[in-house]
Design a protein around this ligand. Structure first.
Ligand code: NZQ
Ligand code: ZN
Length: 390
């Protein structure tokens, strides 16, 4: 088992009606609160009014219109400006992963004198950040339980995963009923995102029985409950289990003691959504089976066998490569069955910028480092995976 150093300081308050805790959670953090949110879904579900009512004794400021694949300019820059101008004490992010991620970058930028991009691009390490609390409305990214945020800078086609221990939320308020209104498209994309988070950790050189079991159970829970939630969007049990699956997905708890995997599908997908602004989970669902095909070889085949037998119930008596191929096909078939477009063409991406994106990924993501990646990928490998995904 590989050494690790793990700490997640985030308090999780989970269940129906737990928003009633909000005033007590915010009180120790200060009086001036910046509420951040997206394009308006929180108003439609009555959450915006509820938050305002619960926080009537606080001084509230707002940043709205944070877009999916949140943008540095204007959202992060505007948020930092509001915080600095008004001496904000804490941020309350209300929404999906994009709102949370943007809020994390704002929280760090608010405590930094220079250009916040210095922090996001790791030119400078953050020394401090404003405290963040979130009310999650979409199960997918796990941003509610990790210290990362992913920020896009349109003019340079960058989409950077920015991680810093200062950015763990102080508290995440997780009420699955807020996810009842999430569309079929976003429910499916959220499932694909969380499944990929697990897969990125499962496919590593060195793993443990404990982590493998945890990952396999999380994948099965995600698939089972997504099917139910798509059919019955207000099934509490299904939405609740999905929410917790997703929360576990991204903070590293599923791979403590594993060797690094490099998170290759994320590295590749972030370029797709940087260049074409596509939905992150859909990009991942398209890439994942193609990446699996690409890395299947004598060294990796046993991992695919374990995945196929334990996650999809494929007959373990079959020949190894047959199991592996069936497992990859089952992954593809599941994503297709929940309505995800399974080619890049279907999400508006053609061949024209494949080489440019492959170059961008190869230069920026370090997927060729053998000690950091399960199966190292060269620029040509990345271009092949992208072409196979067209
Ligand atoms: O903007 P609003 O009106 O709120 O609508 C959103 C948005 O259009 C809508 N939505 C959210 N909650 C809803 C709802 N609609 C109806 N009812 C609700 N309860 O859903 C749309 C998508 O929201 P978004 O926040 O973009 O989705 P998601 O949570 O999937 O976040 C995606 C972003 O997170 C990044 C992705 O790259 C992408 O930028 N990631 C963040 C990670 C992290 N912090 O650890 C890890 C992930 O791998 C991922 O990269
Ligand atoms: Zn993801």
């Amino acid at each position: 088992m590989v050494n690790f150093d793990y700490q997640t300081p985030t308090r999780l308050i989970f269940g129906k009606g737990v928003i009633s805790n909000l005033p007590d959670v915010m009180k120790p953090l200060g009086k001036k609160i910046l509420i951040t949110y997206g394009g308006g879904s929180i108003k439609k579900i009555g959450l915006y009014d509820k938050v305002k009512e619960l926080l009537k004794d606080f001084e509230l400021f707002e940043l709205s219109d944070i877009q999916p694949n949140p943008k540095y300019d204007p959202s992060v820059l505007d948020g930092v400006a509001i915080c600095k101008k008004n001496d904000i004490d804490a941020i309350l992010a209300v929404g999906g992963g994009s709102v949370l991620d943007c809020s994390k970058a704002i929280a760090a930028g608010a405590k930094y004198d220079g250009d916040p991009w210095d922090l996001i691009s790791y030119k400078v390490l953050a020394k401090d950040a404003l405290p963040i609390v979130d009310i999650l409305t979409l199960a997918a990214t796990g941003s509610e339980y990790d210290c990362g945020g992913v920020i896009s800078r349109t003019e340079t086609n960058d989409k950077i995963g920015y991680m810093d221990p200062h950015l763990f939320p102080v508290c995440s308020i997780l009420d699955p009923t807020y996810t009842f209104t999430v569309s079929k498209k976003q429910t499916a994309a959220g499932c694909a995102d969380a499944m990929n988070h697990v897969i990125e950790q499962y496919f590593a050189e060195e793993t443990t029985l404990l982590n493998d079991g945890f990952c396999e159970a999380t994948l099965k829970s995600l698939m089972h409950n997504t099917k139910i939630a798509l059919e019955h969007p207000d099934d509490y049990q299904a939405r609740a289990e999905l929410m917790l699956d997703c929360t576990y997905g991204c903070n590293g708890i599923l791979s403590l003691g594993n060797s690094p995997s490099g998170w290759p599908c994320h590295a590749i997908e972030h370029a797709l959504s940087a260049y074409y602004d596509i939905t992150h989970g859909e990009g991942l669902a398209i890439i994942t089976p193609k990446w699996m095909n690409h890395i299947l070889n004598d060294r990796t085949v046993d991992r695919f066998v374990k995945y196929g037998v334990n996650v999809f119930g494929i007959d373990h008596a079959l020949e190894k490569y047959e199991i592996a191929k069936q497992a990859i096909q089952a992954t593809y078939d599941f994503f297709k069955s929940i309505g995800i477009p399974m080619t890049l063409h279907e999400v508006g991406i053609d061949e024209s910028r494949i080489d440019e994106m492959a170059h961008h990924i190869a230069v920026n993501e370090g997927l060729d480092q053998a000690d950091q990646t399960y199966v190292p990928l060269s620029e040509n490998d990345i271009a092949d995976i992208l072409r196979a995904s067209l």
